[in-house]
Every structure is written in structure tokens, then in C-alpha cells.
Ligand binder design. Structure first.
Ligand SMILES: [Mg+2]
Length: 323
């Protein structure tokens, strides 16, 4: 019997993950990790694969080797197994994606000489920590849910990626983060703010005339580089709600939340206090006056005017690096 199932996405990071498999193999031998490899499947079928593996009782740990999209599918599969939490395998992450928010949030950086080793050491010797999830509709959120500009950027990126596929030059230039930045630059010209009401738990509602964007975060790191709530954790039983009202607010919040922010932390504190529109809670409900797009873990979700996100504390066990 193997202890570990690797759910490996060979096309993560535009195929670079496939080249790292040999490195991974060397470390698994040195760390005496007994494993089976399963490649991820297209069209959302990785969810079914993860569900079947979680139900089989054959593995102590399911390892998502890919980006946040792969983690999201594995998580949704594990939750879909409908086992008691104590009967579910643990989840672990090998960050082979572009954003890697979940991995970064538990101290696993994607690049660098020892980081693959560290991630595999966490698979073998890591601490078993509770990992919260959020739920919206029939989906589980491991990383973040958002409405407004961020899903619009995602939709733009998908459209541009389709176009780039048809041009060899564009295909080389517009990939991974470049493609994302290109989409970021194009969206603001067309995006319209929306009036919205936001309820967090039993608090009085927040009414916003010009909502540009709204993020419900499950982990600390958003879009690879941004930390809006330095004190938040993926096991505090709370979801973080970040409201953006207008473009100035959107840009200033992202600049201040950048991990390599050029802004002095004292200035940052002062500005954040003045413009603070971050909330924490167990449940958030959002109503908008006209339909807006939404995204879950970097994938386009549905358009709508009514969204409810609920935190499920300690839904899974996450293998976390120690030391
Ligand atoms: Mg939290």
C-alpha cells in the first residue's frame, strides 16, 4: 500500500511542472515516500478522481501538485467523498502553479533551490493542521471567492489566452503572469461599478454605492503577491471580506497589500485605518443591483445578484511545514 497519492498537473505553469517531476522523484526516494502518481484530468474531472481516491481508503495523504486550481479540484473532490472528517486523507500541496496562494499562505514558496524539498518534507513529516474552507452554492472555496473587477480580469485573460493560442508570437509573450498583467491593464476601461449591500454575520449591513470589487479570502495570500489581512490564517474559522469602492481604493489597497510594498509600514497603518473596509466573519451575504461576475479559486463561477459564502472551520487536515 502507498501512503501518498500525487495528483499531478503536468501542464501547470505552462508545462514547466512536467520538467520538475524528475526532481520530485529524487526527493521522494531520499525521503522514503511511498506514492502513486495520478495525472489530473481536463473538464473538471479531477474532482471525481480526488473523490474516488479519498473514498478508497488507500491513501493517508492526497497531494495536489499544481496551482491553486488543482488544489481547488482536489479539495472539492475530497469534500464530495462525504466521509467523516476523521476518515478523510490529509491534504498536501506541491506548489507548481502561477499564484500558489494556498502554498504561500502556509510558508511554502514555489521557487528557489530548497522549496520543492521543503514541500515534500511537509508531505512526509509535516504537522497536521486544520484547514478551513468556504462554501458557496455547491462549491468549496480553498483560496478565494470574488465578484467585480477580479473575475472580469479572469474572463479577459481567458479570452486573450484563446486569441494568443492562434498566434505563435503572442503565445510566447502572453503567458502566465504576463497574460494576467495584460488582462489587468485592459479591464478598467470597460468595467462599471455596482451598488451593493453586504452582510457579515449579524452585523448591520454595509451599503456601498460604487462597489468595484469584493474579495472573500480563505487564506492569507491573494493573487500570489497580496496580503490584505496580515493576521488572518487558514485555520482561524473566519473568512476575510475586503471591499473596494472605486478605482483609487482598488489600486491603493492592492499597492498597500503587496508583500514587497514600497510603502513604509507606518504610513501603511495610517492609511489602512483611515480607509479600512475589511471585515471578518463566518458568513457573508452580498446583494447587487445588477448581475456581476464571480470567480472561485481562479476559475470563473457564475454571474448573479445574490451570493452567500459560509466558512467551514477545519473542514480538512492540511500538511504544513514545520520549522
Ligand atoms: Mg481565515
Amino acid at each position: 500500500m502507498s501512503d501518498v497519492a500525487f495528483l499531478f498537473n503536468p501542464s501547470a505553469q505552462t508545462g514547466q511542472a512536467a520538467q520538475r517531476w524528475d526532481d520530485l522523484l529524487r526527493h521522494t526516494t531520499e525521503l522514503d515516500i511511498r506514492f502513486e502518481r495520478f495525472d489530473t484530468l481536463p473538464d473538471g474531472r479531477t474532482v471525481e478522481l480526488a473523490r474516488d481516491l479519498a473514498r478508497s481508503g488507500r491513501f493517508r495523504t492526497l497531494v495536489a501538485c499544481g496551482g491553486d486550481g488543482t488544489v481547488s479540484e482536489v479539495v472539492n473532490g475530497m469534500m464530495g467523498a462525504e466521509e467523516k472528517p476523521e476518515n478523510l486523507p490529509a491534504l498536501a500541496v506541491i506548489p507548481f502553479g502561477t499564484g500558489n496562494n494556498i502554498a504561500r499562505s502556509i510558508g511554502l514558496a514555489p521557487n528557489g533551490p530548497n522549496n520543492l524539498r521543503r514541500a515534500l518534507e511537509a508531505v512526509r513529516y509535516g504537522a497536521n493542521l486544520p484547514f478551513d474552507l468556504c462554501r458557496i452554492d455547491d462549491r468549496y472555496v480553498a483560496d478565494a471567492f470574488s465578484i467585480g473587477v477580479d473575475p472580469a480580469i479572469l474572463i479577459e485573460r481567458n479570452t486573450e489566452r484563446e486569441k494568443a493560442r492562434r498566434s505563435p508570437i503572442l503565445r510566447t509573450i502572453l503567458r502566465d503572469y504576463n497574460l494576467y498583467l495584460y488582462a489587468v491593464m485592459r479591464v478598467p476601461f470597460r468595467h462599471k461599478n455596482v451598488a451593493a449591500t453586504v452582510w457579515v454575520d449579524e452585523e448591520p449591513p454595509h451599503t456601498v454605492g460604487h462597489l468595484t470589487n469584493l474579495i472573500v479570502n480563505n487564506v492569507r495570500v491573494y493573487a500570489g503577491e497580496f496580503v490584505f489581512e496580515p493576521d488572518s490564517r487558514a485555520n482561524d474559522g473566519l473568512l476575510d471580506v475586503i471591499l473596494f469602492t472605486g478605482w483609487r481604493d482598488y489600486l491603493s489597497k492592492f499597492i498597500l497589500a503587496a508583500r514587497a510594498s514600497p510603502v513604509n509600514p507606518r504610513v501603511l497603518d495610517r492609511v489602512l485605518k483611515r480607509r479600512r473596509t475589511n471585515y471578518q466573519g463566518h458568513r457573508v451575504r452580498i446583494k447587487t443591483v445588477r448581475p456581476v461576475n464571480s470567480q472561485i479559486d481562479g476559475e470563473v463561477h457564475r454571474a448573479g445578484t445574490d451570493f452567500e459564502v459560509v466558512c467551514i472551520p477545519g473542514a480538512l487536515t492540511l500538511k504544513t511545514p514545520v520549522g
